[in-house]
Design a protein around this ligand. Structure first.
Ligand SMILES: [Zn+2]
Length: 418
């Protein structure tokens, strides 16, 4: 792509993998839909949510709904709304991604106790998981296919088995990040969105036809249930962000105050709340995003904070420059887990570097020419003086390190806390 266009308000460009559109004033669809947060009648929308969920309350001892959790991201806030505000009886479900951090496992244990709710954990056999991760890393430059497929299939599978028709998710990424839909569309979970946007077009069965060395026993756990089974139970998955004015930072800060959610520092973004349950999401997975798409998670966090008016666009540029080229911190753990050499990984990283964003002059090492280098005439001195103010910084002071002072190694089973 040669014509890069940036939103006049946030720092997303027309290269966003979920597709952004721009209006005639140069604002992106994500910013436009974000503006609905200031204009919609949220008490009316809350009433809609209450009446929607009231149809699903059971008095027969079964659970009222399923809440998929990771213990990072919005898990605490979803439970806060579902259990404590709506007064429902949820069954939490989580897919074990195996890259668990101590702080993530702590937050997961604490989540169960603070909300006095049951949790089902799916542990897919690690041999198949590793095989899939290796294949998708090599071909897609992505180590997260199995995790995303697992965490999107497992809740639906359990909904069928336990006959619990309502699944409650937090934010819809297509709405929150890129404004693919209005909040008023009240979009729900679909098989198609999952395949196209979450799994980049590859269902479990597509892996069989794409890769040698994988067979039925490796992929069946990731297969989305049949439409017939879904219809029989009447399963639907709703997103709270269509009914509650969504602001991840203030939500997280509330969760820290009220439920003792632990926060932690990450090396490649300033956010201390979102992905601290995983050693790889904001680390090697994020670096792969930079290789392929020319920007990384810190840009997502920056755009979110610009839209919520907590930083300026210039502050945002400063933060992106500060974090996006920071090194991967947990490469060794990943290589040991997956059984790969550093050389092998570097070969794959290089293979996935998009030459729109990376150059390698005379093979003397890679130079980054990603989206932050295409902002136009930006004085580096000026950028260096555009740090956000202290008030903003106070929102992102972590209470812990991801390892809670232990060795940095994956918590595979998830026992031991607290
Ligand atoms: Zn924008």
């Amino acid at each position: 792509m040669s014509n890069f266009k940036f939103c006049k308000r946030c720092l997303y460009s027309n290269n966003h993998p979920l597709n952004l559109t721009f209006d005639d004033q140069g604002l992106c669809s994500g910013c436009r839909v974000h503006d609905e947060k200031n204009t919609l009648d949220w008490s009316l929308r809350w009433n809609k949510l209450e009446s929607l969920v009231s149809e699903y309350r059971t008095n027969d001892g079964n659970y009222d709904c399923i809440v998929p959790v990771t213990a990072g991201q919005d898990s605490y806030y979803i439970m806060h709304i579902v259990k404590n505000k709506l007064g429902m009886k949820p069954l939490m479900v989580t897919y074990n991604k195996y890259f668990n951090t101590p702080v993530g496992i702590h937050n997961l244990a604490n989540l169960r106790m603070k909300f006095n709710s049951d949790l089902l954990i799916k542990n897919v056999n690690p041999i198949s998981v590793k095989k899939i991760i290796k294949k998708t890393l090599l071909d897609f430059g992505n180590i997260y296919w199995a995790n995303i497929a697992g965490q999107s299939v497992f809740p639906v599978e359990i909904a069928i088995k336990y006959k619990i028709p309502l699944i409650i998710w937090g934010a819809h990424q297509g709405v929150e990040q890129v404004g693919m839909f209005s909040h008023e569309n009240e979009v729900e979970m679909t098989r198609r969105y999952r395949k196209t946007h979450d799994l980049f077009g590859y269902e479990a069965d597509d892996l069989l036809t794409t890769f040698d060395g994988l067979d039925e026993s490796d992929i069946w756990q990731y297969r989305y249930p049949d439409n017939q089974d879904i219809r029989k139970v009447g399963i639907r998955g709703i997103y709270l962000s269509n009914y509650v004015c969504w602001d991840p930072l203030s939500q997280h800060m509330k969760m820290v105050r009220e439920y003792k959610y632990k926060t932690a520092n990450l090396n490649r973004t300033f956010d201390i709340y979102d992905y601290i349950d995983c050693y790889n999401y904001a680390d090697i997975h994020d670096f792969l995003k930079l290789c392929k798409h020319g920007y990384s998670k810190v840009t997502d966090h920056v755009c979110r904070e610009i839209r919520h008016n907590r930083i300026t666009r210039e502050n945002g540029k400063f933060l992106i420059k500060k974090y996006e080229l920071n090194p991967i911190s947990y490469q060794k753990q990943f290589l040991d887990y997956i059984g790969m050499t550093e050389r092998g990984l570097n070969f794959i990283l290089d293979y996935h570097r998009n030459t729109d964003y990376w150059t390698n002059p005379e093979h003397n090492g890679w130079e980054f020419s990603g989206l932050s280098s295409k902002w136009g005439t930006n004085d580096t001195k000026q950028l260096a003086s555009s740090a956000p103010d202290q008030k903003f910084g106070k929102n992102f002071q972590a209470s812990h390190a991801v390892n809670l002072g232990q060795n940095d190694s994956y918590i595979i089973i998830g026992k031991g806390f607290p």
